[in-house]
Design a protein around this ligand. Structure first.
Ligand code: 5RP
Length: 260
C-alpha cells in the first residue's frame, strides 16, 4: 500500500535511491537509522535483488536490523563483519565542513561506532538539514541511567563555559516514560542554538563520567547526498571537492514507499 507523499518524503527517497548506486557487489555495509535510512534500506534490498548482489550488512539499531532482515538483507554484528566498506545514514543537521548532528532517532552511539569502522560514510538528507552553524537541532547526548541527574548537572556546568548560545537540557521521553536507547541508556537533548566550537564541545562532553556518546559527528562523513522533492539530487564529495547534480526518477507507487 502507498500513502500520499510529502515533498520531504520525495526528497529523502531521491537521496536514498541515489546513495545505493555507490554500493558494489561483495561490500560490507553499515546501515543507518531513521526515516531516510529506512528508505535507503528498502532501495538497497531492491537493488541487491535485481542485480544479484551479495552484501553483508551491519545495522545501527534494532529497528534497522529488523527492517533489513525483513527485506531479505544479510545482517551480521559489527564484530563479525570487522572493517566496513561503506556506511549510509541520515543526519539531523550538516554544515559546509560535513560536520553533523545525529541522534534524533536515539541511535547515534551505534551509528558513530559503525561510521568510525567504515572506509566511507555517505549521509543522505533533504536540503532542510543544511545549516551555517550546527546547534539549532538539540544535541543528543546518551547517558548512563545510574546517577543521570548528576551527569546532567555536570553537563550544565560544562556548558556555562562553552561557546554555545543556549544551555537548556531535557531528558528525552517516549510518551509517559523516559526514552531508552538500544543499550538501555537515557538521552539528554541539549538546546544549544549555536555551537561555536563543535570539536571542543564534543571532547569535553565525552570526558564527563556518565556520558556515553554525543551526537556530534566530526570528520566522519565523506559524502553528502542531498535530495529534492522534484527528484533532483546533489552529491557533494568532501575529499574530491566536487558537486554533482542529477535527476533520480521514481514513481509514487514505487516499491521504495511500500508500507513506510
Ligand atoms: C538517528 C539519526 C537519524 O539519522 C537522524 O535523526 C535523521 O533521521 P530522519 O532520516 O528520520 O530525518 O541520527 O539516530
Amino acid at each position: 500500500m502507498t500513502k500520499a507523499l510529502s515533498p520531504s518524503d520525495r526528497a529523502k527517497a531521491a537521496a536514498a535511491k541515489r546513495s545505493v548506486a555507490f554500493v558494489e557487489d561483495g561490500m560490507k555495509l553499515g546501515l543507518g537509522t531513521g526515516s531516510t535510512a529506512a528508505l535507503m534500506v528498502r532501495a538497497l534490498a531492491d537493488l541487491a535483488r535485481s542485480e544479484g548482489l551479495t552484501l553483508t550488512c551491519v545495522a545501527t539499531s534494532s529497528r534497522t536490523a529488523d527492517q533489513a532482515r525483513q527485506e531479505g538483507l544479510k545482517v551480521v554484528t559489527l564484530d563479525e563483519a570487522g572493517r566496513l566498506d561503506l556506511t549510509i545514514d541520515g543526519a539531523d543537521e550538516f554544515d559546509a565542513d560535513f560536520s553533523l548532528i545525529k541522534g534524533g532517532g536515539g541511535a547515534h552511539l551505534q551509528e558513530k561506532i559503525v561510521a568510525a569502522a567504515s572506509e566511507r560514510m555517505i549521509v543522505i538528507t533533504d536540503a532542510s538539514k543544511e545549516v551555517k552553524t550546527l546547534g539549532a537541532f538539540p544535541l543528543p547526548v546518551e547517558v548512563i541511567g545510574f546517577g543521570w541527574t548528576t551527569t546532567q548537572t555536570q553537563i550544565e556546568e560544562l556548558l556555562a563555559g562553552m561557546d554555545v548560545m543556549g544551555t537548556g537540557i531535557s531528558r528525552r521521553m517516549a510518551g509517559e516514560t523516559p526514552f531508552r536507547t538500544d543499550e538501555g541508556n537515557f538521552i539528554l537533548d541539549l538546546a544549544l542554538g549555536r555551537i561555536g566550537n563543535a570539536r571542543a564541545l564534543s571532547q569535553a562532553l565525552n570526558q564527563i563520567p556518565g556520558v556515553v556518546e554525543n551526537g556530534l559527528f566530526l570528520g566522519l562523513c565523506d559524502t553528502i547526498v542531498i535530495g529534492h522533492s522534484d527528484g533532483r539530487v546533489e552529491t557533494r564529495d568532501l575529499n574530491a571537492g566536487t558537486v554533482h547534480e542529477e535527476n533520480v526518477l521514481f514513481e509514487e507507487s514505487s516499491n521504495i514507499f511500500r508500507e513506510l
